[in-house]
Design a protein around this ligand. Structure first.
Ligand SMILES: NC(=O)c1ccc[n+]([C@@H]2O[C@H](COP(=O)([O-])OP(=O)(O)OC[C@H]3O[C@@H](n4cnc5c(N)ncnc54)[C@H](O)[C@@H]3O)[C@@H](O)[C@H]2O)c1
Length: 244
């Protein structure tokens, strides 16, 4: 028996990195998984996996979200879990960040999860049950990264708590995860510098960087009925980095 048997799950950014790790784990645990992503080539690969359907979605588009939520509900009959994981990052130094950079970052990383909740929650409310997991970042918790990415992840933190109080009475739980540095395509530039990599590992109490499965396992718990009395919670998964 799987921990997500009979559940229909949408995972955004499901074609790469942390999202891909969640797609694989959730499908193994019996879920019907919709991997939603803007990258169609990567989605085609995801769709070949058992119990996984790839669907094109730009999380920054209200219209895309409306259409995706309807299509998933029409095709699969329900939506039990939404993982708002898709995101972009940037290495631009703060002196060079302009309003266009800011707007793009906040639209994808902030409006994306907001619009996901806005369009999926009504289907969950009709079932009087649902679980939403939002992916923020350790940078939203400590004084690290003075830029538009950190701002966008702070937005995810704030709207997750607000959504938990807004939707709780409709049976919908909303929780947030705060990953530290996880080895994915988003962070692969780090591994090109042995010195920087060594420094980051040294600075982490558990003495390693995170892996997509570290985040996927926490998301699995929050998605499943094992966490049925947990909402508005914040779980940091960073090897102890932000505890220092
Ligand atoms: N990797 C880390 O160290 C780390 C740390 C903290 C938080 N996070 C967060 O975890 C999430 C996943 O990151 P990752 O490292 O797996 O990144 P990744 O770059 O490997 O994957 C991100 C996925 O999101 C998709 N995506 C980007 N823009 C999109 C859009 N507009 N619409 C739909 N899909 C879109 C990409 O195509 C890609 O498949 C992100 O929200 C990221 O900010 C990552």
């Amino acid at each position: 028996m799987g921990r997500l048997d009979n559940k229909v799950v949408i995972i955004t950014g499901g074609a790469s990195g942390i999202g891909e790790g969640m797609v694989d784990l959730f499908a193994q645990e019996g879920a019907t998984v919709i991997a939603a992503d803007i990258n169609e080539a990567a989605l085609a690969k995801a769709s070949q996996k058992p119990n996984v359907t790839g669907m094109k979605l730009n999380v920054a588009s209200d219209e895309d979200w409306q259409a995706l939520a309807k299509e998933v509900n029409d095709r699969f009959g329900r939506i039990d879990v939404l993982v708002n994981n898709a995101g972009i990052s940037s290495e631009k130094p703060f002196e060079e960040i302009n309003s266009e950079d800011w707007q793009k970052m906040l639209t994808v990383n902030g409006f994306g999860p907001f619009a996901g909740m806005k369009h999926v929650a009504p289907y969950m409310a009709a079932q009087k049950k649902g679980s939403i997991v939002n992916i923020s970042s350790y940078t939203a918790l400590i004084g690290q990264g003075f830029n538009h990415y950190t701002a966008s992840k702070g937005a995810v933190r704030a709207i997750s708590k607000a959504a938990a109080t807004t939707f709780g009475r409709q049976g919908i739980r909303v929780n947030a995860l705060f990953p530290g540095i996880i080895e994915t395509p988003m962070t692969e530039a780090l591994s090109t510098s042995k010195e920087l990599l060594g420094h980051l590992i040294q600075a982490t109490p558990l003495q390693r960087l995170g892996k997509p499965l570290d985040i996927a396992q926490a998301a699995l718990f929050l998605a499943s009925d094992e966490s049925s009395y947990i909402t508005g919670a914040e779980l940091v998964i960073d090897g102890g980095f932000s505890a220092q």
